[in-house]
Ligand binder design. Structure first.
Ligand code: ADP
Ligand code: MG
Length: 263
């Protein structure tokens, strides 16, 4: 489950399309989005608000079904699975992290992390011990018995990351995980995700509108108007705007690395 065979894809999408109805108007939220994510990779997908990031992540995570195209998770085609089968894939394969931490306010950090293990009746782990280990790994060992309102935003998000890992999924999908945090707390959350990738050999996909956040990943892909446009050089990602990407695409018509300044 955690091998790093470079030829193995944890996520594959083929020509994904998602049309959304807004009153009389059909919005093409995603257009022919094709993407491969290798086991152990840390990928970010960057794009402005409304570019289709959450739509794409929801399709990869089996939270929604595409209008056309296919999604494979760990080699399994999930496109036409029943809701019941999808739920199982989600529980076994995928951890979700969202912008708002959604911790249960009456439970401690440790109890929040233990909950999905108890809920799944996962006998592989002792819930309390597992929660403790994950929180210690994320440097929250001294916060285990705190409730969410006694934690900073960054700490709450790291608890949410621990919770997403509770049942040991190979894949973490993170939708604007730093969107509700100041810059430093956001950087610490990206560091925590990096640690999860390196120490636990998990595959991480982060979507964000923030180029500075995106640049923290190994590979950066740009999404504009529902289309996956280009690989972006992570070293210069912070300086690249969507306009640069569109300009480069117009100039070359193909997929390539985009440089800041629109060359
Ligand atoms: P992002 O996460 O990049 O901000 P989204 O994936 O949420 O973008 O949205 C992509 C496009 O789809 C936007 O134009 C948005 O207005 C539209 N959209 C999102 N959700 C819905 C919905 N439930 N119904 C209709 N249109 C939607
Ligand atoms: Mg979104």
């Amino acid at each position: 489950m955690t091998d790093s065979n470079p030829d193995r894809y944890v996520v594959q999408t083929q020509d994904l399309r998602k049309d959304l109805q807004m009153g009389q108007v059909t919005v093409q939220a995603l257009r022919r989005a094709t993407l491969n994510v290798r086991a152990g990779e840390f990928l970010s997908i960057v794009g402005p608000s409304g570019s289709g990031k959450s739509t794409l992540l929801g399709l990869i995570g089996g939270l929604d079904t595409p209008t056309a195209g296919r999604v494979f998770i760990d080699g399994v085609d999930i496109t036409d699975l029943s809701e019941r089968a999808l739920t199982r894939i989600r529980n076994e394969k995928i951890g979700f992290v969202f912008q708002f931490f959604n911790l249960i306010p009456t439970l401690t950090a440790q109890e929040n992390v233990a909950l999905p293990i108890q809920f799944a009746r996962n006998r592989r782990f002792d819930p309390t011990r597992r929660a403790q280990e994950l929180l210690e790994m994320l440097e929250l060992g001294d916060r285990m018995h705190h409730r969410p309102n006694q934690l900073s935003g960054g700490e709450q998000q790291r608890v949410a990351i621990a919770r997403a890992l509770a049942n040991d999924p190979p894949l973490l999908l993170c939708d604007e995980p730093t969107g509700n945090l100041d810059t430093i707390s956001g950087a610490l959350v990206m560091d925590a995700l990096r640690q999860v990738q390196e120490d636990l050999n998990r595959t991480i996909v982060v979507v964000t509108h923030d180029m500075n956040v995106a640049a923290g990943a190994d590979r950066v892909i740009s999404l504009v108007d529902g289309r996956i446009l280009h690989e972006v050089d992570p070293r210069s990602a912070a300086q690249i705007t969507a306009v640069d990407v569109l300009r480069a695409e117009r100039a070359t018509g193909g997929i390539q690395t985009v440089r800041a300044g629109g060359r």
